[in-house]
Design a binder for this molecule. Sequence first.
Ligand SMILES: NC(=O)c1ccc[n+]([C@@H]2O[C@H](COP(=O)([O-])OP(=O)(O)OC[C@H]3O[C@@H](n4cnc5c(N)ncnc54)[C@H](O)[C@@H]3O)[C@@H](O)[C@H]2O)c1
Length: 390
Amino acid sequence: MNVLRFPDFNKAISLGSGFRSRSCTVMVMSLCSGERNGRNILVTGGAGYIGSHTCKCLASSGFLPVAYDDLSTGNRAAVRWGPLIEADIADTAKLCDAIDRYRISAVMHFAASAYVGESIANPRKYFQNNLVNAISLLNSVLDRGIRQIVFSSTCAIYGVPQQLPISESHPQNPVNPYGESKLAVEKILRWYGEAYDLSWISLRYFNAAGADPAGEIGECHNPETHMIPRAILSTFPGQEPLGIFGSDYPTPDGTAIRDFVHVTDLAKAHVLALESLRSGQKNVALNLGAGRGHSVREIIAAVEQITKKTPPTLEVGRRTGDPAILVADASLARQKLCWTPQHSDLPEIVRTAWRWFEPALRNCEPFNIGQDSLHRPFSNSAPKLCGESG
Ligand SMILES: NC(=O)c1ccc[n+]([C@@H]2O[C@H](COP(=O)([O-])OP(=O)(O)OC[C@H]3O[C@@H](n4cnc5c(N)ncnc54)[C@H](O)[C@@H]3O)[C@@H](O)[C@H]2O)c1
């Protein structure tokens, strides 16, 4: 069976005003050579899914996003609103050089390894990249005089929910190394905040989903483990059916329920977080979710309605550690950031994801079809639910 992967980003991306236009280059050169103007933001993981959408949002809010990414899971073509520094966050010399060269005033830290299953099989990788490298990044940030950071955290820090919806005061008991590594960074931020006057906001996302409503960028993971892209991909001829992991949960239709939040709403929350730090917001961790859940079967129905194709499914058993329901109480983010999700209705999430995939379906050619020994084929990777949220 062929393995259908996400559209090749370079081909899928529509032709348009890429960042590397002459006027933009001139703009960056002048920003580099000027004094720190407060508008240049280092975005680690800026070539990734959520990072690239945030770069777009930053640019439209008058900031210059400087993407810093080793492209381990990111895409060069997703960096369109500012320069790309292709480097590892562990490379302190390159990091400090980038901070100085671009007169960076604040950091958004998305760069991380984010496959829950992989973190259980290979915790070393996760503690190295998500924790050790994050400490190295924080130290560089402090050493270069930066005092504002927005951190990508996750609902995986909570573990199995004890009450719903999940608020920020919910006990924190991660059930995998991925969640543990993120929680550790949150704790370090707290101590660094107290000791070094570092201002931080930690944003705990539930299930990021959807794509840029303008269709300029979208999700592109290899392997793709997120449920909505997988449901869409399953409608392609010759592809694996979508696995339904558990149909005997105590939910109305028996399938697990998760909170899907549109990636553009996440991006907006980052810009609001940055602006609130700049206006003196105190250090805080905030949940980001739509505040309502959708079951696996509701997702499948929405994909069917939007794509006019029926995702083939295969019912398999529950996975260990997957709770029945995960839904965010995001009222604190609404209150602290004045954040209101605008795109997180399920039809819009699926519509924008489909818009991103659809040209590939029409033309067929932008897909990489074939086995890639470096990556697990779709058949071996489970669809992502929030319990194993990236
Ligand atoms: N996608 C979700 O649903 C979700 C949910 C909760 C939290 N998060 C968190 O959000 C962040 C972004 O997630 P995403 O879904 O966009 O993932 P992604 O894999 O698309 O993006 C991560 C980016 O970081 C880069 N990167 C990784 N390690 C790096 C390193 N050492 N140096 C430089 N660059 C590095 C990758 O190349 C990639 O571009 C992650 O921290 C993830 O843990 C994601």
